[in-house]
Design a protein around this ligand. Structure first.
Ligand SMILES: Cc1cc2nc3c(=O)[nH]c(=O)nc-3n(C[C@H](O)[C@H](O)[C@H](O)COP(=O)(O)O)c2cc1C
Length: 351
């Protein structure tokens, strides 16, 4: 198990859409955490090039993450109405909406790449691959990790042959990893999910969602997790590649909210103009909405207009700090040890 070899119980979340870089994954791995490379939104060719770059930068074990394709079930009338609704935003940022369309994010090509060039860990989000797919990757020597957001998904992942479950609480930044994008926005918080799944399923559990400092890591370790998977707290790392306006916004005391407004799939981001104006009417329809809003979001990013694009962030975003990723990993690990020692002392008070 790769998890048993880590110096610090810290997994870098795969961060698709810009922040994920080979340098970031290498820095986390070299510091004794587990680095991850996000394959989402990239072609198999580009992803393959990043994979080779990472192998050249670091000899530490690492993981890669794939989006599991979902059904093409967007409602055409809903998409048209949403396109009309975006007219004002489109004029404001000076970019036309894009053409909504379905694709499977290069699923077969990426799987073929990972069979040809095996990696230590492959994690999945947005669904559970078929047992044969899991078995074919495990046959290359890879561990298969599946992201789940409730106990029913955890059972499906276990039955498909997953080696590790990544439990994602509703506090998490970015997309919900749920198998279907149902209207159950309440969702499990990470501690509740961890305890409920730990009581039922005998697999190593990695906990994600709103964990951004050592004490947060300690909390999920005490709850039975083998490690914490952390996204937002790495978005300001020196090696990460986010937009500067996004990185700066994380430090503000801005509330986060769940929304389908940017991509048609529920995700958590900082509240901003686009999110507040369009969450109410955004239909379900990933990846159609992703392609519909992409040119407008790109234009807003270019202008440094933080109101006009997705600022993915978990609930603890204000704890993210600017530092080299290796330093963040060490602080998280050492902070967890210190917090667990303090907690142990506190438990002794009553004696
Ligand atoms: C900018 C961003 C991009 C993300 N991209 C992915 C991804 O490509 N694949 C994935 O499984 N999870 C992705 N996530 C979710 C993380 O895996 C993780 O669940 C989340 O970051 C944990 O919550 P935190 O951000 O509060 O640490 C992303 C999160 C963020 C903030």
């Amino acid at each position: 198990m790769v998890l048993d070899e880590l110096t610090h119980p810290v997994v870098l979340a795969p961060l698709a859409g810009g922040p994920s870089t080979p340098a970031l994954a290498a820095a986390v791995g070299d510091a004794g955490g587990l680095g991850f490379l996000a394959a989402g939104y990239r072609s198999a060719e580009d992803f393959g090039a990043e994979l080779r770059e990472l192998r050249g930068l670091s000899a530490a074990p690492f993981g890669v993450n794939l989006f599991v394709p979902g059904p093409d079930d967007a409602d055409a009338a809903g998409l048209r109405a949403y396109r009309n609704e975006l007219r004002g935003e489109s004029e404001r940022v000076g970019a036309e909406p894009g053409e909504p369309r379905y694709d499977d994010d290069g699923w077969d090509a990426k799987l073929a790449l990972l069979r040809a060039e095996p990696v230590p860990v492959v994690s999945f989000t947005f669904g559970c691959p078929a047992p044969e797919t899991v078995a074919s990757l495990r046959a290359t020597g890879a561990e298969a990790w599946v992201t789940v957001t409730d106990p029913a998904e955890a059972r499906i992942a276990r039955d498909a042959g997953a080696d590790v479950l990544v439990l994602q609480g509703v506090e998490a930044g970015g997309h919900r990893g749920s198998f279907s994008d149902a209207d159950d926005a309440e969702g499990y918080g990470i501690l509740a999910l961890l305890r409920v799944v730990a009581g039922e399923i005998d697999l190593p559990l990695v906990a994600a969602g709103g964990i951004a400092d050592g004490a947060g890591v300690a909390a999920v370790l005490a709850g039975g997790a083998a490690a914490a998977q952390i996204g937002t707290a790495f978005l300001r790392a020196a090696e990460a590649g986010p937009n500067p306006a996004h990185a700066a916004a994380l430090a503000e005391e801005t509330a986060t909210a769940l929304t389908r407004a940017f991509t048609g799939r529920t995700a958590r981001g900082l509240r901003n103009r686009f999110l507040d104006d369009h969450t109410a009417n955004a239909p379900r329809g990933y990846p159609h909405l992703h392609y519909l809003t992409a040119p407008m979001r790109a234009a807003a990013r270019k202008r440094g207009d933080a109101g006009g694009f997705n600022l993915w962030a978990g609930q603890a975003h204000r704890l993210a700090r600017e530092a080299p990723a290796g330093e963040i990993v060490r602080e998280l690990g050492e902070g967890a040890r210190a917090a667990l020692a303090r907690a142990t002392e506190r438990v002794g008070w009553g004696e």
